[in-house]
Design a protein around this ligand. Structure first.
Ligand SMILES: Cc1cc2nc3c(=O)[nH]c(=O)nc-3n(C[C@H](O)[C@H](O)[C@H](O)COP(=O)(O)O)c2cc1C
Length: 174
């Protein structure tokens, strides 16, 4: 059960965190949506990710969290590169495609970025990185990337958002 009352705060015994409830709570943190791509052994990899975050300006670093069982892990040796494609609100279908099992690169337009990882055209912006570090984090691994190339593709584009388990359009205050 999801508890709303502030009186319940702190009364839960440690270790009694229900996974479904935790997912609901984590989902209340609104994020953007990215597709992270890589080229490894001549093959293209790509996965939809909302755990992307900027980490450091100097040195320039980013991070994202990848499930331990993700097929994308095979593409992420140390010194391999990846590109974070920051999606626009028109790319909802692409976000769904890269979160599913079907052949992900058949229907998308892309150009090779630095190191070969695909830059998805029509994204808002991209960040290409070299893998700097991988840190274990429970059922995920935190991938830290050193930024080697960046590009703003659509200055006035609107972002794709993710909130409460659903893709969203983010509206500015009037
Ligand atoms: C909006 C959204 C955000 C997601 N964020 C992540 C994420 O941050 N990390 C992750 O490992 N999977 C995330 N996923 C799930 C993967 O995209 C999905 O499990 C995908 O099928 C994994 O593919 P793979 O098994 O080929 O790696 C997200 C899915 C969606 C729809």
């Amino acid at each position: 059960m999801v508890v709303d009352q502030a009186t319940e705060f702190g009364e839960r015994a440690t270790g009694l965190i229900d996974q479904r409830e935790l997912r609901t709570i984590f989902g209340r943190f609104a994020t953007g949506v990215t597709v992270i791509t890589a080229k490894y052994s001549g093959e293209h990899f790509g996965v939809t990710v909302n755990s992307f975050a900027s980490l450091s300006l100097d040195p320039p670093l980013v991070l994202f969290c990848l499930h331990n069982r993700s097929s994308f892990r095979a593409a992420l040796d140390v010194e391999s590169s990846f590109t974070v494609n920051i999606l626009s609100e028109e790319q909802r279908d692409i976000a769904s495609l890269f979160a599913s099992g079907v052949d992900r690169f058949l229907k998308v337009n892309s150009l090779p970025g630095r190191g070969g990882s695909p830059v998805l055209t029509n994204s808002l912006a991209y960040v290409t990185c070299e893998v700097a570090q991988q840190v274990a984090g429970g059922d995920h691994v935190i991938i830290i990337g050193k930024v080697v190339d960046i590009g703003l593709l659509r200055r006035d584009g609107r972002p794709l958002g993710f909130f409460a388990g659903a893709m969203q359009k983010l509206e500015p205050y009037q």
